[in-house]
Design a protein around this ligand. Structure first.
Ligand code: ZN
Length: 196
């Protein structure tokens, strides 16, 4: 099965984080090579190097273990939330289970709500979309604030990501009053108590 563009770009991102392992004068050349690889070339490369679990670890396991640098915006016992490096919109984030699971567990609701709420309060998008993805068999959620002018995913600069991360992390310190306008997340219906 050919890899998707999404997977290819994630794999490229991961490979680019490994540049520090190369001599400084070779890095830009290697980065250019990585960036110019087609999906097919990436796939061949992954297979040839037996990297389906890059170095024994998938990209997202590696991010969750802090082995691959990322822009973290929230974390709990089982999940880490980071900024997407190629965002569709301002605040586009990923919720990654720390375990290599192929399905997102129910327990992801809390951190998903926390992150959505922060993005809603900080950036006031029209709505927040939540999609489940599976990349290299690691299930994750993407949280995309929708402002109505989204066109395509675009690589964010380090400066953009850093300032965005700061802004979102700052939101934590602000006491957010309960607002009636909650991000659109499925509510668990509360059943009335049963009369025996
Ligand atoms: Zn994984």
């Amino acid at each position: 099965m050919p890899i998707t563009n999404e997977e290819a770009s994630k794999i490229k991102e991961h490979l680019l984080t490994q540049l520090d392992n190369f001599p400084e004068d070779k890095r830009s050349q290697i980065a250019d090579q990585i960036n110019s690889m087609t999906n097919e070339q990436i796939e061949t490369f992954i297979k040839q190097n037996n990297l389906t679990h890059l170095g024994g670890q998938c990209i997202f396991c590696s991010i969750a273990a802090n082995k691959t640098p990322s822009y973290k915006i929230a974390e709990d016992k089982n999940y880490i939330a980071i900024l997407e490096l190629n965002p569709l919109s301002k605040g586009h984030s990923l919720i990654i289970p720390k375990e290599h699971l192929d399905k997102i567990p129910e327990s992801s609701k809390l951190i998903t709500q926390e992150v959505s709420k922060k993005l809603q309060d900080k950036f006031s998008p029209n709505e927040i979309k939540i999609n489940e993805l599976k990349i290299m068999n690691h299930a994750l959620l993407e949280i995309i604030p929708i402002y109505g002018d989204e066109t395509q995913k675009k690589q964010a600069s380090e400066e953009e990501l850093e300032s965005l991360q700061k802004e979102i992390l700052k939101a934590k310190d602000i006491e957010i009053p309960e607002k009636p306008k909650e991000p659109k997340i499925e509510e668990i219906p509360i059943l009335p108590p049963r009369i025996p």
